[in-house]
Design a protein around this ligand. Structure first.
Ligand code: C5P
Length: 225
């Protein structure tokens, strides 16, 4: 069967990764969480006190960063590794989330991440989620989805997810973080978050995971027929 590229873009905490993971599993495709790459770069910058306003420091730091995804059989999903270290859980922390959109607005950071993402898509058979996947990374992707959901629902979802790991998180902090990230992601100069002209909008405010998966699978099937 022919393999395609599926892109899923949208605002923070819209359920992109859940759908992307399920879709990849169903189709036997590779799933790539592009946000995890920006988060891992941010973690590296924070740990090594890199000033991301300083182009020289950024370029030198990027030369020392290797990002890989490895599939975790037990979890049934892929995890991000930064220079050989599994940072899948660390990159979800608020301290990273608070800085990631600033780092992701950097031109050199984006060039580095986009080049790596395009390489991963060379063999097709991939589902990638993010902010600029359908517009910049794979502008010729066969299927592009753009996800949205009611902001209050998004805050609630992210709160539940983070609270399970750390009961000290506050809903106000999460709300502020989502708003800030969406603002920076939408207004940055390079590859701002926007719907590709040929992307299909999927508002999942009132949809179950199963309904979203069925919606996407139907679109895939239409392309294969
Ligand atoms: O998807 P996630 O919320 O983990 O992404 C974290 C951040 O990484 C986003 O808020 C955005 O600033 C950045 N990002 C990006 N382009 C992508 C994916 C993520 O700029 N393709």
């Amino acid at each position: 069967m022919k393999k395609i590229i599926i892109t899923i873009d949208g605002y923070s905490s819209c359920g992109k990764s859940t759908l992307a993971r399920q879709l990849a599993r169903e189709l036997n495709y590779v799933y790539v969480d592009s946000g995890a790459m920006y988060r891992a770069i941010t973690l590296y910058f924070l740990r090594n006190h890199i000033d991301w306003q300083n182009p020289q420091q950024v370029r030198e730091a990027l030369d020392n960063i290797e990002l890989e995804f490895f599939f975790n059989e037990e979890k049934g999903g892929s995890e991000i590794f930064l220079n050989g270290e599994n940072v899948e859980y660390l990159v979800r922390e608020l301290i990273v989330a608070e800085k990631v959109s600033e780092v992701a607005a950097n031109k050199d950071v984006r060039e580095f991440a986009v080049a790596a993402q395009q390489k991963m898509g060379e063999g097709k058979g991939i589902v990638m989620d993010g902010r600029d996947i359908g517009t910049t990374v794979f502008p010729h992707a066969e299927l592009k989805l753009f996800m949205t959901a009611d902001p209050a629902v998004r805050v609630e979802r992210r709160y539940k997810e983070l609270y399970a790991k750390n009961p000290n998180v506050s809903i106000e902090d999460i709300k502020a973080n989502l708003e800030l990230r969406d603002y920076i992601d939408t207004n940055r100069e390079i590859s701002p978050l926007r719907k590709a002209d040929d992307a299909i909008v999927l508002d999942n405010t009132h949809l179950t995971h199963q309904q979203q998966l069925q919606f996407a699978l139907k679109k895939v099937k239409e392309l294969m027929d």
